[in-house]
Design a protein around this ligand. Sequence first.
Ligand SMILES: [Zn+2]
Length: 361
Amino acid sequence: MTLGEIPGQAVATGLLIRALAAGRLPHALLFQGAEGTGKADAALALAAAIQCEAGGPDACGACGPCLKVRKNLHPDVLRVTRLPKRETAAPAGEPEEDEAEEDADGKDLRRVITVDQIREMAEHASFAPREGRARVFVIDPADRMNVAAQNALLKTLEEPPGGATIVLVSSRPHALLPTVRSRCLAVRFRTMTSSDLASLLVARGMGPEEARERAALAEGRPRIALALDRDAQDARRARREEILLAIEAAASGRPEDLARLPSLAASCAGESEESFLEALDLAGALLRDASRLAVGSPVSALVHADLAGRIGALGERLGRSRAADLVRCVERMRDDLGLNLSRSLLAEALLASVAGAPLPF
Ligand SMILES: [Zn+2]
């Protein structure tokens, strides 16, 4: 995939292509945005554009270096990621804080990217490129670097040797040290509106009805929309219903509903950080839709257009300024997850604000 082919990210990829054309690509970049918006694909496409022999600013997608990058065989493009747990011992001095986690392929992965991996990367960066024009390092997910690893990265980020380019990929940039973030150019990857994403899916051969439903359930994230199977769609629909019902109960102001807020909050927050992030993303998207309808935006501008009736009623009840305040509150809550506050308490505080209590953030 070339930069120009990343769906729905014309702003982000346009910025990169113009920087490449002008020979002014920064040496340290942070690709940030929700899971499934195409950040990792874009990092690989940028690596291909840097190595491509065809001479354009964007990769041609067909020359030898482009194909090598795509097949993960280019010796000057290195991806630094969480290692499989069983193949690596815990490095000395680093506690096994980490329970193994399963990734999509079911492999046990170490929880963190370690300082040794970053030191090894810095050493690679100090060598001249083997066959390409410059070395490219993609750290993904960058927010899984522990503090020692992030500190070890600082010097390399400041002056990457030999014109190397370092791309940090993260859907949780709040977990990066401010000193790391400030050394990178942030490139933001956005979710698409559902109608844009649905059009994209239809252009790829999907029926219009399925395309609309998938686009809403994937919240404008192309990669997720393409990967949703029937079970995953049902699960996401059920989760969305759970979150919307909790918000509706809080907004209703009925005493019997308000009494249920603690238990609704606990169940919305879920058992893991991932499930809490999912709940926050859903709550944010639903409240953003409510605030859009409250200011008179058309239904086609919504992420969850299929729920326009209920979301419109919610927007009316909350009013435009409160809905907008709540959206900002959810975003700040997402950014401050690193604080280790109790997730169900945070969820309860959020629902209480929907019910009219002062905003917790
Ligand atoms: Zn090429």
